[in-house]
Design a binder for this molecule. Structure first.
Ligand code: FDA
Length: 383
């Protein structure tokens, strides 16, 4: 084997490991991915009719308060000053999210100040009289009161999970943020923005190093290709960022995921919705959100008579679907514990990333985790 380290998965976790190991430790790294592109779920592509950059696996907004991660990502790209804001169309009216003083006053046709609004929500949230919520529906009422919960959360959650919230565990939602100011900035991190020349340019720069070789359209579990599990495990160290249950042939059972379906459309209008993300929380609309990609880059010279939108639908994932969000039921947690025991017994294989650890990770979290893996586990192996 003409390499020192094999990285399975060219997402942000795998690329960060590969880049750091090549640059800091002079290690020859072979990165494989079963998809035909690098970048994992952060990958984007230009829609050919309009030239508009489309995030292929759902909208990706970069944000972090981690100084080390911010310094690291700025080696590969500059970021725009984009600030994310989300709106919600409920019964023909548009409200700002996350729920804030503007949302509350619009919804209740009122002009409450912060303290009066707080008192109102507290009173509405007291409906259960101190009883512990038995399901997600009761939990929602307990957190923000019935009117706001039913308008903005109940049916949206039902669409996300394809399940009545009365049949979902309360633990799915531990908090629902309500802001008693008019601040509707979606993220509250120190740094936020989008890569100036797009995600793909950023991600390809991470892999652009003489000691890094990338092999695309290559599945680790395909025994007919030379970098398969059978061929490399035990021969060279492996960083594996695919699904942990797949690595062990689902021996402890399948971990459950939600997936998303996207419907992309090019429209003959310059601006469809006036903003990048509009939520649709009502039960009679089948999708959960519409993304309009031109609004992620107001600084770009995009056509003024065409636009690209993407409707997002959510459902449970089957084995052949893209796994997006861990469902994390009690059974999942038991199975994950069993897989973790197997992981500990798999010498020379380092499991990481969102699929390898069965965890939702934002991009900055995946990068931070990869940097720690290099510091604590992989770096020492080669020094
Ligand atoms: P990722 O999934 O990106 O990469 C894993 C790679 O492994 C994939 O490319 C896959 O093809 C490959 N692989 C799997 N099995 C393999 C096999 N058998 N052989 C070879 N290759 C294999 N974050 C954020 O900060 N802001 C945001 O706005 C969003 N938005 C967002 C929307 C949606 C819908 C999702 C699902 C996720 C986000 N994220 C996000 C999270 C972001 O996508 C996440 O942090 C990164 O994808 C994590 O990178 P990883 O490398 O861990 O996984």
């Amino acid at each position: 084997m003409m390499t020192d380290l094999v990285v399975v998965g060219a997402g942000l976790f795998g690329l960060t490991v590969a880049e750091r190991m090549a640059r800091l430790h002079g290690v020859e790294v072979l990165v494989i991915d079963r998809r035909p592109h690098v970048g994992g779920n952060a990958y984007s592509a230009v829609e050919p009719e309009t030239g508009i950059e489309v995030h292929q696996y759902g909208a990706h907004l970069f944000h972090t308060s981690n100084e080390r991660v911010w310094e690291y990502v700025n080696r590969f790209t500059q970021f725009t000053s984009y600030v994310h804001r989300v709106y919600s169309t409920h019964r023909g009216e548009v409200y700002p999210l996350p729920i804030n003083l503007g949302t509350i006053n619009q919804f209740f046709r009122s002009a409450l100040g912060p303290e009066a609004a707080r008192a109102l929500i507290r009173e509405q949230a007291a409906e259960l009289g101190g009883r512990t919520p038995r399901n997600l529906d009761e939990q929602g009422v307990n957190l923000i009161g019935r009117p706001l919960y039913e308008a903005f959360v109940r049916d949206y959650t039902a669409k996300q999970w394809q399940t009545d919230p009365r049949e979902l565990p309360a633990s799915i939602i531990s908090r629902l943020p309500v802001r008693y100011t008019y601040d509707n900035r979606y993220f509250s991190d120190t740094y936020e923005g989008l890569p100036v020349d797009g995600y793909t340019a950023w991600l390809e720069r991470m892999a652009d190093h003489p000691k890094i070789t990338v092999r695309l359209a290559t599945d680790f579990f395909d025994p007919s290709q030379p970098v398969s599990k059978q061929a490399v495990v035990g021969q060279v160290p492996v960083v594996y960022t695919g699904p942990v249950d797949r690595y062990f042939d689902h021996s402890e059972g399948e971990l459950s995921w939600r997936t998303l379906d996207f419907e992309q459309e090019v429209l003959d209008v310059g601006d469809f919705q006036g903003t990048s993300v509009m939520n649709y929380p009502d039960a009679d609309v089948p999708y959960t959100r519409i993304h309009e990609f031109r609004h992620f880059h107001p600084e770009r010279d995009y056509p003024d008579d065409r636009t690209v939108i993407m409707r997002e639908f959510s459902r449970f994932a089957g084995r052949t679907d893209e796994p997006y969000y861990p469902v994390n039921t009690a059974t999942d947690r038991e199975r994950l514990a069993a897989y973790r025991r197997l992981v500990d017994e798999e010498p020379g294989v380092f499991f990481g990333g969102r699929l390898g650890t069965y965890q939702y990770l934002d991009m900055h979290m995946a990068i931070a985790a990869a940097l720690s893996t290099v510091d604590n586990r992989l770096g020492p192996l080669f020094s």
